[in-house]
Design a binder for this molecule. Sequence first.
Ligand code: SF4
Length: 488
Amino acid sequence: MRNKKSNLLIIYPTFFFQDVYHKDLFYSELPLKSLQISALLKKKENISIDFLDLRFEEELSPLFSKNEIDFLKFKEKVIKVLEHNSIEKFENVSFFLDSSYQYLQTNYISEIFKEEFPKAKIIVGGQHPTAIASDFTNKGSNFNIVIVGEPESVMLDLIKSNYLNKAKNSKQPQIIESRNDFDLNLLPFPDYLSYLNKYNYKNKFNFTIHLSRGCPFNCSFCKIMRTNFRNFSFIQFIKRFEKLQRIVLKYNNKLPKIGFLDQSFNSAILSNKILKYIIKNNLQEIFKFTCQTRIEIVYNHKEILYFFKKAGMVAGFGFESANENLLIEMNKTRNPGNYFKKMKKILEFYKTITEPYCRINTLAGFPGENAQSFQDTINFLETYGFHENIQISPSLFINDPITPVYNNMSYFEEKYGTKFKKEWWNIQSDPLKNSVLPKPSKNYTKAQLIKDYKDQYIHLLTKFKLSPFEPLINWKNYFNKWEKALET
Ligand code: SF4
């Protein structure tokens, strides 16, 4: 039995070599995983918890946009920030990573702990440790526990037991695999308030909620953790939803927005019930809602479009590509002809209404992509998606170690002559640029891909009626600079 109240500092790292474009992409997200764990540990174990989000620590932020990492300066500033946050009183420190981009910085900070605060027990979990736990267990590693999979149940067990002390005395970091089946209905509401008391920015963050975890599909580019697919009960979900509405009205009062985080809204049985709940309570008059969904789900249940319209729900459709072969390689569909037919029908619907708009997500640079497959997608978008009520939202394929592609690289190397950069997260330069494939296919280089991406998407992006001016300029500048650098 523990005889004194335990405590934990949760550090949310960011990454180096940032451009203003990265800030548009990564600075409005809340560290939801950390907030969820905080609420659970506080409720079940009465533990005291503090957050340190390195994105918003003024001492550190100037260092993140430099062209080189000045490790000594970084160390000096990190120590200052930690001391300012009373680091001496924390026995336990954890990092829950959302992306491999955070790997390098997490590792550096663990070294600083080793030298300056050696008593702290260090836990790391999240996306990168789940994909490649061995990156945290090398000789001399300063991590004590590496969590593979969902962290909630493991964190509860660690705090309840004496295992953290044992792990601290062990020479090797301990890897603990999660069962990935934590009952979502036992999760308390995330600890937004503690975080927002500290990082008290109004109208800055995107607030999101999910009604399920995992995903019943298996797209080969997907970066979510592979866990059992499960839902909140409707009652539990509504309790969380109502609490979140109150927080959003307080912290996001200029434009109250709530995004449904589920990667495929409407595969969950609950989603229609939730849409009806929104409509019945007229919530669409107060909030803007967004979600992600799949083309076939909406097409096969066409009443959803009616509910989306009434609820003002902006749906993002994961279309990805208009090239038949790539869609099959992405494990997106086995029947591309039918898939295109469904997408076209849905887009026709959005062209007949003014509100809400819809979003089409596309993915460029997937292994096997070539000049023709890229053009197929652009042609499809120009023919069927070029409309002011349709937002086109492209992204580049990231060779994230958690994706099925990463575990199957030799297949693409042999079939398409794809070139991969395997451990790009160790490289000391912009991780976004490093995570994109050097060659999606034999005759299609990264330089060609970035040029096509920048040249061909710009007019598609500006057609949308709410196209945001400043982020678009940042996007253009970033890709212009990147294109030039690749030419040299
Ligand atoms: S991309 Fe979306 S639909 Fe596909 S596996 Fe991932 S979460 Fe599921």
